[in-house]
Write a protein that binds this ligand. Structure first.
Ligand SMILES: [Zn+2]
Ligand SMILES: [Zn+2]
Length: 283
């Protein structure tokens, strides 16, 4: 898939991008204001910033940082303050231009993060908490440098089962609005295992959907899979449809933008999947 991004306005009104990484994330570029300008050009109604917040003390990668004014600082509850203030200040400014700006965070999930997540929410009152499952056994399975370390220990079914177990745990905490990029193991798992991984989810979905429904935890539609060379979103269409049918909330689109020009990436197409949350004000 091409990295050429079309900064044409979307034809539909009321579209929201609920997964954007500005330069407070150590792997992203572009200021909050730069993202907002692009969001306006794209004719979005709302943008939600979801800076990475990784705090697993046992993480193999030990990349638990955020960036403030160009400096890497530890990802602590206190250090989120400048980010929170920046988003809120920018929200005031862009409100007058017709763009709603929301304060979110992509929490890097691990068993035991509940305490720090509760502290974060207590102190700042985030609009949206996204659960990013990136690590299993403290190894990042979606990082180029470490996916083999994870996958080589397991069969496709085992690797996928362990992933869904974590989704289940995360949803049961009821701390998160939405699970980010469901089926994210496909990013490198498809290349590693081949097509058998495409069916490996089947024994686990029913229980997962039940948990998501009961806990009112949503599933995001994340378009970044196309940028990862896959021919679908996270999750795949059949899973989006099955989740909706099972009563799971599927309300939010996320581009997972790591650069401003990726805001609203492929939303021309994706917007049809969330008809209830997008309102065509012309029609
Ligand atoms: Zn993520
Ligand atoms: Zn993300």
């Amino acid at each position: 898939m091409s990295e050429l991004i079309n900064i044409e306005p979307l034809a539909v009104e009321g579209v929201m991008d609920y997964h954007c990484h500005c330069d407070y994330s150590i792997d992203a570029a572009g200021t909050i204001e730069e993202y907002c300008h692009i969001a306006l050009k794209r004719n979005l109604a709302e943008i939600c910033f979801t800076t990475h917040f990784d705090s697993n003390p046992y993480s193999d990668g030990k990349d638990n940082f955020i960036r403030i004014k160009g400096e890497k600082v530890p990802a602590t509850v206190e250090n989120l303050e400048p980010y929170v203030e920046d988003v809120r200040k920018t929200a005031e400014k862009f409100y007058l231009e017709g763009l709603s700006v929301k304060l979110g965070l992509e929490i890097g999930w691990y068993e035991g993060c509940e305490e720090i997540v509760a502290k974060v929410q207590d102190r700042y009152d985030f609009d949206y908490l996204l659960c990013g499952i990136h690590e299993i056994d403290n190894i990042c399975f979606c990082c180029h440098s470490s996916f083999e370390k994870y996958f080589s220990q397991y069969s496709a079914t085992q690797a996928v089962e362990k992933y869904y177990r974590q989704v289940n745990f995360a949803a049961k905490t009821k701390l998160f609005n939405t699970i980010a990029h469901f089926e994210y193991y496909l990013k490198y798992g498809l290349g590693f295992y081949g097509e058998e991984i495409l069916k490996a989810h089947k024994p686990f979905l029913e229980e997962i959907f039940q948990t998501l429904k009961e806990t009112k935890t949503g599933l995001e539609i994340n378009t970044s899979a196309l940028r990862h060379g896959l021919n679908h979103y996270y999750p795949r269409m059949e899973i989006i449809n099955a989740a909706k049918k099972a009563g799971v909330i599927v309300d939010y689109l996320g581009s997972d933008a790591h650069r401003p020009e990726q805001v609203g990436y492929d939303f021309e197409v994706a917007v049809a999947l969330v008809p209830d949350t997008v309102h065509d004000t012309n029609g």
